[in-house]
Design a protein around this ligand. Sequence first.
Ligand code: NAD
Length: 437
Amino acid sequence: MRISVIGCGYLGAVHAACMAKLGHDVIGIDVDARKIDSLSAAKAPFFEPGLEDLLEDVQSTGRLSFTTDMSAAAGSQVHFICVGTPQKKGENGADLTYVDAAVSGLLEHLAPGDIVVGKSTVPVGTASRLSELIRAQESTAHLVWNPEFLREGHAVSDTLSPDRFVYGVVDGSEDHPAVSVLDEVYAAPLSAGTPRLITDHPTAELVKTAANSFLATKISFINAMAELCEAAGADVTRLADAIGMDDRIGRKFLNAGIGFGGGCLPKDIRAFMARAGELGADQALTFLREVDSINMRRRTRVVELTRELCGGTLLGRRITVLGAAFKPESDDVRDSPALSIAAQLQLQGAVVTVTDPKALANAAKRFPELHYETETNISVEKADALLLLTEWPEYRNLDPYELGGRVSARRILDGRNVLNAEKWRAAGWTYRGLGRP
Ligand code: NAD
């Protein structure tokens, strides 16, 4: 099948490569010429495990190409919309200008019966508005909302074998003509047993924002428990182990730490609240405001703990932040809690060095005032305190004895609660976790 993928960022580039891997003929389109040049040379423009190998693999088959020219979408039967939906500046709502521009730009290249498939995360009601836009052009193209659930760091396998597919079609019916076309697109994962649910447009849009809100709530719940554990002298990691054994609760996403960040959860829960307000249902999501503030409080808490750890002042203290990406196995620093903490520490007088295996270039673009060092061993030289803020495996496996000889004071704050506290203390370190005695 001929497929176009519009928007080739973290979602779209992986989607395009995976669709080619599934055997389709794919054209990836983006307005960013640098991204397109890089993808055309089979180079991933960002770090995502397995993506570069996949790009090389599929480009050699001739089934995948990239361009900045929207007219290349003509001739494809299915068009995936994968452009960004960031938070509006100074407002909670989602900025839909990229989605609107992508769909408007696509209209003149649509043939009768084409399928336009929205994958971006959008406020409920967007699909119905875009359907109107398509109809107003007297196009017979169908719009499907097919939200994406991939996790950065696992994007390739999540795209090739997702947990589930959700197809939102206008009438919510299995018999809608777009359903069989999408079934053909996803024939391989469907035949491997991936479940698929057919819904109407608003339900499909809400599935994505509801899922992200649930995940954000779970993280903020355990972080609220961490605040309580700190006040009561309890250990939140043991508490999470114990409550997580109840399979109605589950242990996943119950790791207390510096909170969530990235290009999805924070902006998605805010956009969800804003949309609920527009729909007159704001009360239903008031709790998400609390979820957001618990999350943001984590960052302030880490700054305060670091001050305590450094003997009551940050002025002139040399602090090394291990990790800049919002999560391991990614170079994405959008709303990264690690970087936000690093910047706050620097503002309060500390001399901060940030290290990360993959995300330093992106971090330096966002926070040029911080000092960056690629080598972990050099980054920790003469540090007064270390902060583990992104749990890359290399930081989890650091040797406290070896490291002890490099720093000027053996103090570590484990912002992700992933280190063995006894081991670090035995090596002479002052260890602080979050929500742990
Ligand atoms: P991104 O910023 O990495 O990529 C968006 C891309 O769209 C950019 O390359 C940009 O140049 C391009 N673009 C913007 N306007 C365009 C236009 N008119 N025509 C063609 N290309 C255009 O963002 P992302 O992380 O890939 O997210 C994209 C969408 O997917 C968002 O709605 C996001 O919420 C959703 N999503 C992301 C993830 C994730 O893990 N990143 C997971 C699920 C859903």
